[in-house]
Design a protein around this ligand. Structure first.
Ligand SMILES: Cc1cc2nc3c(=O)[nH]c(=O)nc-3n(C[C@H](O)[C@H](O)[C@H](O)COP(=O)(O)O)c2cc1C
Ligand code: SF4
Length: 438
């Protein structure tokens, strides 16, 4: 492992991760000693509309993948409508490679709880939910403990801190379906129905949970709020780039020496992130990578200096997504990696719409054929044609995301496909695996 240079180390901007290494950081006593709940006290003295304006001024954009402006979303909630309002935190974190929300909830759950209280106060919600994926038992335990501690200290419940504001917070465990991270499927699942996306419009801002005005935000989005309240919008904007403000937790995995979470100003490059992570593993050279999880088109070694903010990654032909950078080397096969991701999308497709349900089913079969040494040149056209029929024609983003690695791997690594088809690469799947295709 190579130590990063001091100038690269200085690119780390620990804000959301700053307490993670403090002993017992998940306990309320530690949290309060380290500035915890100071932002809430400040926020409760402000008018809710001023808090929405502050979040607008900070330029905070959603950390769940799409980068929608958070203050704008909060501003869509109709006020004075006489209906209950809800805040729902999306803690499903199912995107392959993504690992920022679960460590945050495990190491610093109170920052999320504090963000929930401030956000609920701003949108005038008296009930909030955190929807956490079912397998994340340890994080859910820490979160439930934090909620209990916050009730005991009067940060949750009736008449919070003597202000007359009431809030109940429920931590709800899902059953571990990727589609339940899609915000409308999440709402259906929370209501007790099978998790499948809803037709929009109407949007959750007016017809969300129980057909009432609802904000759905990612864990990282809501956990950013207390820091903005304490530090101010101008301080937040000292980090990041003009249209992508603030710090971001980049989760690095794959062929690097020291995988994990690195919180840096938005706009850092992969070259710098790899240096922070101690370089590539010995004997490995970067070949391809995802900037934001498996639903984002692959990039290559040509893109090492692309600024990793919403605009920079889009200009390079991909999507910032969840900043889950999965790093593959010259010892990894882009065809096989794409096949494994497609197996995931095929398995997780909820079946509601034909392009995604049937398209992913067929593409998995084509990949198995290619990887077993029986592919044809026409298979490559079939893959592109199938993607063309899924992308933009599916009911939700799962279908679109499934096509990303297929089209981008064919764009950059067509030769790897041809090597299987023309017999230069030994088959990776056996005849038995091919026959077992269903
Ligand atoms: C298939 C699919 C899965 C998703 N999974 C998640 C998830 O696990 N966590 C998340 O925050 N957003 C997820 N999203 C995005 C949400 O629909 C929504 O945009 C997000 O929760 C909004 O929060 P934000 O504005 O704070 O980013 C997913 C979207 C799709 C299409
Ligand atoms: S795109 Fe896939 S996951 Fe989304 S509604 Fe259609 S079948 Fe379901």
């Amino acid at each position: 492992m190579t130590a990063p240079r001091p100038e690269t180390l200085a690119k780390l901007t620990p804000v959301l991760t700053k307490r993670w290494l403090s002993p017992d950081a998940w306990r309320i006593g530690t949290y309060e000693k380290l500035d915890g709940y100071a932002a809430l006290r400040k926020a409760l003295k402000a008018h809710p509309d001023d808090l929405i304006q502050l979040i607008k001024d900070s330029g905070l954009r959603g950390r769940g993948g799409a980068g929608f402006p958070t203050g704008l979303k909060w501003g869509f909630i109709p006020q004075g409508d006489g209906k209950p309002h809800y805040l729902v935190v999306n803690a499903d974190e199912g995107e392959p490679g993504t690992c920022k929300d679960l460590p945050l909830m495990t190491h610093d759950p109170h920052s999320l709880v504090e963000g929930v209280i401030i956000a609920s106060y701003a949108i005038r919600a008296n009930r909030a939910y955190i929807y956490i994926r079912g397998e994340a038992v340890h994080a859910a335990r820490r979160l439930r403990n934090a909620v209990r501690e916050a009730y005991a200290k009067g940060y949750l419940g009736r008449n919070i801190q003597g202000t007359g504001f009431d809030l109940d917070l429920v931590v709800h465990s899902g059953a571990g379906a990727y589609i339940c991270g899609e915000e409308t499927a999440l709402l259906d699942s929370l209501e007790g129905f099978r998790g499948q996306p809803r037709l929009r419009p109407p949007f959750p801002a007016t017809h969300g949970l129980y057909a009432s005005p609802t904000v759905v935000n990612n864990v990282g989005t809501i956990a950013s709020v207390p820091y903005i309240v304490l530090g101010g919008a101008d301080w937040w904007k000292t980090m990041g780039t003009e249209k992508s403000s603030g710090p971001m937790i980049y989760s690095l995995s794959g062929r690097i020496a020291n995988p994990g979470q690195f919180e840096c100003s938005m706009g850092i490059t992969l070259r710098e992130l790899i240096e922070l992570a101690g370089g590539m593993q010995p004997g490995h050279n970067l070949r391809f990578w995802t900037p934001g999880g498996s639903s984002t088109p692959l990039l290559t070694a040509e893109h090492l200096d692309v600024p990793l903010d919403f605009e920079g990654v889009a200009a390079a032909g991909s999507i910032l997504g969840t900043t889950a950078t999965q790093i593959f080397s010259d010892q990894d096969c882009p065809v096989y990696a794409t096949y494994r991701w497609l197996e995931f999308y095929h398995h997780e497709s909820c079946g509601k719409c034909t392009p995604c349900r049937e398209g992913n089913y067929w593409m998995v079969r084509v990949y198995r054929r290619i990887l077993a040494g029986h592919g044809t040149h026409e298979d490559l056209d079939t893959l592109l044609d199938t993607c063309d029929n899924i992308l933009g024609r599916s009911f939700c983003g799962l279908g679109d995301g499934a096509t990303s690695s297929v089209t981008s791997s064919l764009k950059y690594f067509k030769q790897d496909y041809l090597d299987y088809i023309e017999g230069r690469t030994a088959p990776k799947l056996s005849e038995k695996q091919l026959v077992g295709a269903h």
